[in-house]
Design a binder for this molecule. Sequence first.
Ligand code: PLP
Length: 389
Amino acid sequence: MNLYDRFERAFMPNYGVPPVALARGEGTLVWDVDGKEYLDFIGGIAVTSLGHAHPALVAAVSAQVATLAHTSNLFLHEPEVLLAERLLALLGGPGRVFLANSGTEANEAALKLVIKHGKTTGRGYVVAAEMGFHGRTLGALSLTGKPSIRDQFGPFPTDVRFVPYGDAGALDKAVDENCAGIFLEPTQGEAGVVPPPDGYFAAAREIATRTGALLVADEIQSAIGRTGHWFAHQADGVLPDILTLAKGLGGGLPIGAVVGFGEAGTLFAKGEHGSTFGGNPVSCAAALAVLDNVDLAHVREVAQRLRDGLEAIEHPLLKGVRGRGLWLAAVLTEDRAAQVQAAAQQAGFLVNAVQPDAVRLAPPLVVTPAEIDALTAALPAILTEAHHG
Ligand SMILES: *Cc1c(COP(=O)(O)O)cnc(C)c1O
């Protein structure tokens, strides 16, 4: 029996059977179990920031696992301290860090902070955006504005009210002195890489400050250089009260982080939150290697090249391009993203049909100009195949 059939028999059906079985990778290249080569333009959903098997990541993780792999939170270790200090230095505000293992766990911690803020100041509800994605565990799921994945698992203990993303007036109306917190992505990832109108995040900051709600920036997908900035909110000139990170931070090793700024940094009292694996030395060593090796100037250069290359394509199936930095969606004129993903795979490119009419590109941040040119050169034929095939 082949690997796909064995996967289908052994695993719960929540993922279906993925279309490619990957065996190994190097930089932006990956090979499947049959030896077919692909250029990876999705990077494990904006996770593989340094590309596959980056020598610095391999060295850091190998050395750490051979020295000390785990301590639990009963003991501290140097890599976690270095990582927290490093994140705070990149953020440039007085803050405190909590380390988790994933994005959804980072948002669980953020939601607990918001609930505690609400309890201590008499605030009862939380605001989040329609089509927003914050994770699959119950707290994070309660914030996720996609009814198809959320509603069947409710009701949820937290009163979460949803507003249309990008509409500052709707946010202003929804948030009053009884609101404990506002959860927003600076650009919505799973919704199809949708940036808000200019000034939206600054308006959210102003509304939160005026009403006393905590502003939570979910940068799980948008941070660690993805947009050409360390953090997407830096381009908006806005500092949130709470920041959540995961995906690109570990370069493929599981890690999540929550940063609380100002008073939000000291809301948890001793014993009020924890994680056995969170901030383990191996994941921290990986994150430090990522932060040492992301080259923002390179990201900006190749991001511009990718955008220019996509925008130069004239094709009846391609409506336009949206997104920020190395995090773009090719928006289609018809719901044929799944066909584009399949045709791209056939042609040797891994891309992601993130919405029925949008194909997400989030390659490793080390992608080269030649690799970008290879995709943009192949795309017209891929689009034609997907349009008529
Ligand atoms: C992926 C993602 C999450 C969830 O992260 P997991 O590690 O899959 O739990 C949360 N928020 C955003 C914005 C994401 O992109």
